[in-house]
Structures are given as structure tokens and as C-alpha cells.
Design a protein around this ligand. Structure first.
Ligand code: AMP
Length: 587
């Protein structure tokens, strides 16, 4: 298939924000996609392998810039300059290719097969001379590409396709293309995607209209699937109303999600974004082998940090570096130990547990996990219909430095990747402060070209003094996400709170003229832009010069209306800290 055909589809799809229209356009395309071209299903989501596969294209902006420069005969400096102006490397590639094409007449026809073939070679290259070889492979594609093809090639290379297409759109489009629009069929296709995490495999079966074959797709150990997500409830009462009584109430641990796969002697650990982190957590591999019964299983859990001396649980920030760092693991393991809290089981001794009730699953996991505090335990849980008991349990969770509680319907199945109404999270009320932005970081990946991760400050005691109290990126939208499935899924409350209109682009435009100095990716910013920020808690922190840090901060709005003199001062922050203690910490 010509790559141009796919590129035309990208263009058409990004031309509309309406999901129904996107589905229609894509279903037409799928009807004519042959089985041989099934790997195009990966390209649709900007990938070259199924989601469970660890291999990623992984080309940095720097290398993409080099490739654009080389393939279009432009100076690198010029490419970088243009990137700063336009903000999207794909568009930069398009522009320079257009310019070049006026001078060159001949080029080869690019096929999706060739694109996939070359892109798949990229992650295989390691060691000496890699950069040159990678550039060679990329340039082979770029020199054959027309301007629009170049745009999407570059976006695919840097992992930022920006056409606003989600897996759910692909699912709907498959159903529409080969069957009539039918909820049951959609659900069947979704189940097959959930279990295989492989769109090409599912497409192949759907295209042949073999619905029975779809049912046979099973979970496989070692191939990570997406974790089930929770919705929010504001109060415990609301939780019981929605879930019925009794239900399971568990600590909502403040760590990171860890999906544990074990097959005989082999243990693999994956994060919520399906990243393999087995190497980073050798102690967890050992705990799983030692303290969980069974020859094969998939467990869902949250790993939480704790302080070896005080035995107190720490927040996620404290241990986040363990996920990324690949060196000095032993040292980190000593300094930042984790405890694994197992809260669900997806497969046991070869048998999928996804369709079993939570009641059955939680019983099973409690039978097989041998609790060892500070190593691996089954999540703290009560099964109750009593509000008062649940409140006590919730307060205990907060006292133990955790985020709140999860309430779970005992009858519900496990739905991978879905934000389900049968699992509800309850956290303390959020509060807000008006603060000023005094720093930021240039973003990478999807956020390249934009300022991201903004440093917030409040007023200090002295005139003109601003004290840092946190860093925030949450609540700001990447432009293309405005119509995404994720935001459509967010509750209206969440959407209101996250202030839909605020984008990285907008903030970058406002902040760029205020940059005082730059060091690497960090920039200092003149205090001028005021934002309203909600947060869950304030804690003492040595990381910021105010001595305080906001926990779970999120932008809600720009406060153009406020003068700098009216932002929160340090006394207000301390007052809020005291208030929160009275309110819910020790109840
Ligand atoms: P949130 O990230 O705020 O949407 O909350 C959902 C996350 O809470 C899950 O993805 C888990 O990482 C985490 N979590 C902590 N404790 C539990 C628990 N007992 N059951 C389910 N999820 C939990």
C-alpha cells in the first residue's frame, strides 16, 4: 500500500474533531485494507508494534532535526529556528521538503511496508555508529517523501502523530466497517483488544468476520495489558449509593501501579503505561517468587515507598526516580525501598480471572499472597456497608500517609483499560490558591517546543520576594487532546476543574517573553502570570525554598484579573496547612 494513502487518511481524520466523522472516515479505509497490510493498524496509532511490545521507535527531536536537515539540504540551525517558531517538527519537515521539491523532480514511491521495515530497524540498532545508521534509514524514507508524507514520517519518528485518534475509534471503525453498528459486536471486539492488546491481530479476525475466533483470544502472561481505572466519588455515602452494600473498601496507596506477571521462574513487572521495569525492581521479583503461591499469575498492585528508619510511608514523588533509573539499582533499592500492595488478580495458574467477580478474585489473591509488611502484602481492605466504619478506615488511610480509599463493587468483573463505575476513588477535598509562575522546563516528546512543568511561587515576607512551593503540569491540555477520548471521559466536574481552555501552547506564548534566564531545559520566569491551582494537601518539603510543597497540584485557570499583590502569601499557605490537619488528617 502506498504510504500516501495512509497519509491522506491522517489528513482527513485530523480535519475533523467529531468522533462519529472520524469513525466513518476510518471505517471506509479499513474496508479496503488487505490482510497483508494489517501492520498499518499500528501506524494508525503512530506505532510500529503492538502496544504490549517494548520496542519503540524512540527517535529524539535532535536526531529528527538532523534527519530533516540532511534530507532537505537545510542547515540544522535553520531547522531549529523554524522549530522554535512553528513548534511542531512535522510541520517543519513539511515546509523544508516543499522547498526542496521545487528543485528535485525525481523520487521513489513510498510504501507503508517500506516505512514499517525501516522504522523497525531503528530500535534494533545499538553500539558504535548507531546514529549514522539511524540517519541513513530515516533519510532513505524522507528523501522519497512528499511534503505531507514527510510531516507524518517525522511525527511518527518522534512519537507524536497528533491526529486525534484513539484505540476506541479504531474499535468502533472496525465494527462499522465489517458489521453493522451493534453494541454487542463492539463489546466483543473491545474484549479481544483488551486481552491481546494487538490491533493487527484483532483486525485480521474481524476482517474475516470470524466472531467466534475473537472469543478465543486470551490473556497471555508476559504481554502486558492495560490496567482498569477508577472513577471518582466525592463522599463515602455517594460511593455506597453507587456501588450498593456491602462493598470492598481498600487503602488507595500513593505509589505507582505495578502489574506483575509470573510464569514459572520468570517474573516481569510492568507499569501502568506498559513499560517493563523488571530490572529496576529486583527485590520485587524476589518477593513475588518467595511470597506468592502459584506457578503462573498476573497480579495488579501498587508499589509504595517507605522510609527504612522511621518506617513511615512516603509519597509517590519520593520514589518516582526508581522507575526511570537503570543504574546503581542496588543503592537506590536501599535508599528508596518499596512495599508492594496487591489488590487484584487477572490470571491464575493458566486461567483468566477477568470474568470472575471481584469478590472471588480478592479472596483468591488473599489466599496466595503471604503477607510480609514492607515487602509484599495484599491491600488493606474491609468489606462493609457501614458508613461510619468506612470513615474510620479512610481516616486511618490518610494517617498512614496514603491518598484515600477505593470502594469496589464485589460483583464486578475486571475490565482492562476502562475507567469503570464499579471502582471509585475517594480522596480529601481539594483546595485552591492563586500563585504565580516563576519557572518552567522545556518539554520533551509530545510536549516538545512548549514550556511544561511550571514552578509555582507564593509571596514571601519581604517585598518583591517570591517563594517556590511546587511544580505543576497537570490540568494543562496538549492542544490535540481537547477532543480526545480521555477528556470526553472525564467527569464534567473534572473538566470544569481542569479549565479546558488552558493549553501548553497558550502558556508558552504568555511566558516566553518573560524568560529571565535559561540553563539546559530549565528556565527562570519573571513573576507575572498568575494561575489558580487546586491541590490536595500541603506538606513540609526541603525541595522548595519556601519549605513547603503542594501535593497533587493542578491548574484550574489563568487569573488575568488579579494583580500580583493579591496572590497567596506564605502565611496563607501555612494557615492552609494547619487547617487541613484539623479538617481531615487527625479528624
Ligand atoms: P487515580 O490515578 O487517581 O485515577 O487513581 C487510580 C490509581 O490508584 C490506580 O491506577 C492505582 O495505581 C492506584 N491505587 C492505589 N491503591 C489502589 C487500590 N487499592 N485499588 C486500585 N487502585 C489503587
Amino acid at each position: 500500500m502506498r504510504y500516501l494513502k495512509l497519509v491522506e487518511l491522517y489528513e482527513e481524520i485530523s480535519g475533523t474533531t467529531k468522533r462519529l466523522e472520524k469513525t466513518e472516515i476510518l471505517s471506509k479505509f479499513l474496508r479496503y485494507l488487505s490482510s497483508e497490510d494489517r501492520d498499518v493498524m499500528y501506524l494508525l496509532l503512530g506505532d510500529i508494534y503492538p502496544e504490549y511490545d517494548e520496542r519503540r521507535i524512540g527517535i529524539s527531536n535532535q536526531l529528527a532535526i538532523k534527519a530533516i536537515a540532511k534530507s532537505t539540504g537545510t542547515e540544522e540551525k535553520k531547522v531549529i529556528h523554524e522549530w522554535k517558531v512553528i513548534g511542531d517538527l512535522g510541520n517543519v519537515a513539511e515546509k523544508f521538503t516543499l522547498h526542496k521539491k521545487q528543485h528535485t523532480l525525481h523520487s521513489h514511491i513510498l510504501t507503508t511496508k517500506k516505512v514499517i521495515e525501516n522504522l523497525r530497524k531503528l530500535p534494533e540498532l545499538v553500539g558504535k555508529g548507531t546514529v549514522g545508521k539511524k540517519l541513513g534509514l530515516i533519510n532513505e524514507l524522507l528523501t522519497s517523501a512528499n511534503p505531507v508524507e514527510a510531516k507524518y514520517l517525522v511525527r511518527t519518528l518522534i512519537g507524536d502523530l497528533r491526529i486525534g485518534i484513539q484505540e476506541s475509534t479504531v474499535r468502533e471503525s472496525m465494527a462499522v466497517a465489517f458489521f453493522k453498528k451493534d453494541k454487542e459486536i463492539s463489546e466483543k471486539i473491545q474484549r479481544a483488544i483488551d486481552r491481546s492488546n494487538d490491533l493487527a491481530v484483532v483486525f485480521d479476525i474481524v476482517q474475516k468476520k470470524k466472531l467466534k475466533e475473537l472469543d478465543k483470544i486470551a490473556l497471555q502472561i508476559g504481554k502486558p495489558i492495560k490496567a482498569m481505572l477508577a472513577q471518582k466519588a466525592v463522599t463515602i455515602k455517594e460511593g455506597f449509593e453507587k456501588l450498593g452494600t456491602p462493598c470492598a473498601v481498600e487503602y488507595k496507596y500513593d505509589g505507582f501501579r505495578l502489574l506483575i506477571h509470573k510464569n514459572n521462574d520468570e517474573v516481569k513487572l510492568f507499569t501502568r503505561s506498559l513499560e517493563n521495569v523488571t530490572k529496576q525492581f529486583p527485590e520485587v521479583v524476589e518477593y513475588v517468587k518467595k511470597y506468592v503461591k502459584g506457578s503462573s499469575f498476573i497480579l495488579d498492585s501498587e508499589a509504595v515507598g517507605f522510609n527504612r528508619k522511621t518506617k513511615k510511608y512516603t509519597d509517590f514523588q519520593a520514589i518516582s526516580q526508581r522507575i526511570r533509573r537503570k543504574y546503581h539499582i542496588e543503592k537506590l533499592q536501599n535508599e528508596l525501598p518499596v512495599e508492594v500492595n496487591v489488590f487484584d488478580i487477572l490470571l491464575y495458574n493458566g486461567k483468566s480471572q477477568l470474568d470472575e467477580s471481584f469478590e472471588k478474585r480478592t479472596k483468591l489473591l488473599r489466599r496466595i499472597v503471604k503477607n510480609h509488611t514492607y515487602k509484599i502484602i495484599s491491600s488493606k481492605q474491609i468489606i462493609t456497608g457501614d458508613e461510619k466504619k468506612t470513615k474510620e478506615f479512610y481516616k486511618q488511610a490518610l494517617r498512614d500517609n496514603q491518598e484515600g480509599v477505593m470502594m469496589k463493587n464485589l460483583k464486578a468483573e475486571y475490565k482492562p483499560g476502562r475507567r469503570v463505575g464499579h471502582m471509585l476513588k475517594i480522596k480529601p477535598d481539594e483546595r485552591d490558591l492563586d500563585l504565580v509562575i516563576t519557572g518552567a522546563e522545556w518539554g520533551t516528546g509530545k510536549r516538545s517546543g512548549w514550556l511544561s512543568s511550571f514552578i509555582l511561587s507564593c509571596k514571601g515576607k519581604k517585598k518583591g520576594e517570591y517563594l517556590e512551593i511546587g511544580k505543576v503540569g497537570t490540568g494543562v491540555k496538549e492542544k490535540s487532546q481537547a477532543t480526545s477520548h480521555a477528556s470526553a471521559e472525564a467527569s464534567s466536574n473534572e473538566r470544569r476543574k481542569s479549565g479546558e481552555s488552558l493549553t501548553f501552547e497558550e502558556l508558552t506564548k504568555k511566558l516566553s517573553p518573560l524568560i529571565i534566564s535559561e540553563k539546559g531545559k530549565d528556565v527562570k520566569i519573571k513573576p507575572k502570570i498568575i494561575v489558580a491551582v487546586t491541590y490536595q494537601e500541603i506538606q513540609k518539603s526541603p525541595n522548595y525554598n519556601s519549605g513547603w510543597a503542594l501535593r497533587f497540584p493542578r491548574f484550574t485557570a489563568l487569573r488575568n484579573d488579579k494583580p500580583l499583590s493579591e496572590i497567596a502569601d506564605i502565611d496563607e499557605v501555612i494557615e492552609d496547612f494547619k487547617l487541613q490537619k484539623r479538617n481531615y488528617r487527625y479528624g
